[in-house]
Write a protein that binds this ligand. Structure first.
Ligand code: FAD
Length: 403
């Protein structure tokens, strides 16, 4: 008789977990809190050979996964090239990866509008409790419910995401809307702007409907910007005066917050990136948090992806790490009892999470290495960042220890 797993959360970590467990013979159901099918905000994801391999291992095709970039280029404030690095990579979008995995779910195994509130372990079984008052019994519960995980809150009530001191503004511009000189200068490479105290990266991704044709793609703009806790509290407050906890839905960001961001951009960003920002759909921000759970499983409950550990986006590992967790979980469960398997899983992936987490913190710290442009104009133009080579070589690259 096949064993039953209930996966809490139907995003990337949950779908990878479902695919690998089902491939290993498990009966799997995914419970997703959202009432409607998930849709990313279209923003970009950097892929790695490791992710490509894991998507195929899960059972999906990776043909036309995304846009192939061949080089990395750092620009200065005038938009001139400061440094280049040859580094072929495929860049894609959250939606693309999610839809590939979502298509693997057999009908009736992905349940929307199912918010999990906790779980109870009894001898040989685990029972999930849902906010609607129902329960689901299983042999295994997988907490793939993101950085505010209800499963982690029960397993590790002491673990709280820590604010890193900066936010990321993201925006998408249609290639066809950009002036010819911007398309020619910054559009094609994986671009950087690296002055003191702030950081921009950007790259092309597919257009709507995974359109990879030149002229039909979009530019993914990513801007890390320091924000004090007091400023963040204000940014998380919507027009009605309600202060949101940790993040704010993009449509609720006040116009004055957007206007302030644009004013700062006007005096600190290179012209090509300003052109991209000006022609983008409404930019949105996400505060940067990280956390690392002390262990990734206990009894019959396992944590995967952002529920277990969030590595800041500089390392570009959110999706790949979730895939690696899911693969390791299913592999550990082969041929042994659940509780023993989860112990092995936790050991293996906690170490991997630590590497990604620490690497991302180090890369994030480089933003602040020379002070803020508000305080120190030393490298205001992005030409003399002493870490330009290491940032270009290590951003969104799998750390060697995880290969
Ligand atoms: C809509 C969306 C868009 C994203 N876009 C990007 C992007 O453009 N670029 C990028 O780098 N990263 C993006 N991310 C984050 C990135 O996808 C994650 O790092 C990566 O997907 C790891 O995913 P995860 O499944 O561990 O967590 P998440 O992607 O955060 O997913 C957690 C899921 O669990 C669900 N959930 C939460 N609590 C409960 C509960 N109590 N019961 C049931 N379900 C619950 C949530 O609704 C969510 O679907 C996005 C995430 C989401 C959800």
């Amino acid at each position: 008789m096949s064993r039953r797993a209930v996966v809490c959360g139907g995003s990337i970590g949950g779908l990878f977990s479902a695919a690998f467990l089902r491939n290993a013979g498990w009966d799997v159901v995914v419970l997703e809190r959202s009432r409607t099918e998930l849709a990313g905000r279209g923003a970009g994801i950097v892929t790695h050979d490791l992710l490509d391999r894991l998507i195929r291992l899960a059972g999906a095709e990776t043909t036309d996964l995304g846009v192939q970039v061949t080089e990395r280029v750092a620009f200065d404030l005038t938009g001139a090239r400061v440094a280049t690095l040859s580094l072929p990579q495929i860049v894609t979008s959250w939606d693309r990866v999610h839809s590939l995995l979502r298509a693997l779910m057999p009908a009736g195994t992905y349940w929307l509008d199912k918010a999990v509130s906790g779980y109870v372990e009894t001898d040989g079984q685990v029972t999930l409790q849902l906010e609607d008052g129902t329960t689901e019994a299983a042999d295994l519960v997988v907490g793939a419910d993101g950085f505010r995980s209800a499963i982690r809150a029960q397993m590790h009530p002491e673990v709280q995401p820590q604010y890193a001191g900066y936010v990321v503004w993201r925006a998408l511009a249609h290639e066809a809307d950009l002036p010819a000189d911007v398309r020619q200068s910054v559009f094609d490479p994986f671009g950087f702007f690296l002055p003191d105290g702030t950081q921009i990266i950007g790259y092309p991704i597919a257009g709507p409907g995974n359109d990879l044709r030149s002229g039909h793609r979009r530019y993914n703009f990513v801007w890390y910007s320091p924000v004090t806790p007091a400023e963040l509290a204000d940014m998380l407050t919507d027009a009605s005066g309600h202060r949101h906890d940790l993040t704010i839905p993009p449509p609720l960001v006040r116009e004055s917050v957007l206007a302030q961001m644009r004013r700062f951009a006007d005096s600190n960003l290179p012209e090509p990136f300003l052109e991209i920002l000006a022609r983008s759909e409404r930019p949105f921000f996400t505060p940067i948090y990280d956390h690392l759970s002390p262990y990734f499983a206990k009894g019959r409950a396992a944590l995967v992806g952002d529920a277990a550990c969030v590595a800041r986006p500089h390392v570009g590992m959110g999706v790949t790490k979730a895939a690696g967790d899911a693969e390791a979980l299913a592999r550990a469960l082969t041929g042994t009892d659940v509780v023993t398997a989860l112990g092995h899983y936790s050991f293996e992936r906690r170490n991997a999470g630590q590497v990604a987490h620490d690497t991302a913190q180090r890369l994030g710290s480089y933003i602040f290495s020379g002070g803020s442009p508000k305080e120190s104009p030393a490298n205001h133009d992005g030409r003399s960042n002493p870490r330009i080579s290491v940032i270009m070589a290590e951003t969104a690259v799998v750390p060697a220890a995880l290969l």
